[in-house]
Ligand binder design. Sequence first.
Ligand code: IDP
Ligand code: MG
Length: 158
Amino acid sequence: MGMEQTLIILKPDAVQRGLMGKILSRFEEKGLKVVGAKFMQISQELAATHYCDHKERPFYAGLVNFMTSSPVLVMALEGVGAIAICRSMMGATFGSQADAGTIRGDFGVSNSFNLVHGSDSTEAATKELGLFFTEGEIISWNRASEGWVYDLSGDEPE
Ligand code: IDP
Ligand code: MG
């Protein structure tokens, strides 16, 4: 498990409830590095492509409606094992079931308005980052605190 990038979306409910800062802070405080960020309104077309795997599910129409109803904050986050780390920080899909200490567990109770999306595999991350960001919008930058976030004395950050 090496350095990974993952797509995180702070969904319309997170934006409308004024929780963007709190949620982003959790990822920053964990040590994940923001390498892309965009405040945008998702089009029907983009939502349909992003959630195409769920097309046959009963909640699909409501999900697309929700995700396009109001602006979102889309982010590319980087770190060793970032995909699994972000998924565990998000918690279970349903706010009603997510553990306390997770984003969904601490900030929501709804099963559909669950605040945050995160890629669930390397394949999904590659696909989703490509959907939401052009190459130039993902920025490689030197973080001053890097050597305190990771042990950089070996070949790989640890
Ligand atoms: P995930 O976001 O935890 O990966 P998925 O199963 O991929 O969960 O579902 C995508 C999104 O669809 C969820 O985050 C949630 O917003 C919505 N969703 C999933 N299952 C249901 C459901 O049973 N009822 C209503 N909305 C749902
Ligand atoms: Mg999913």
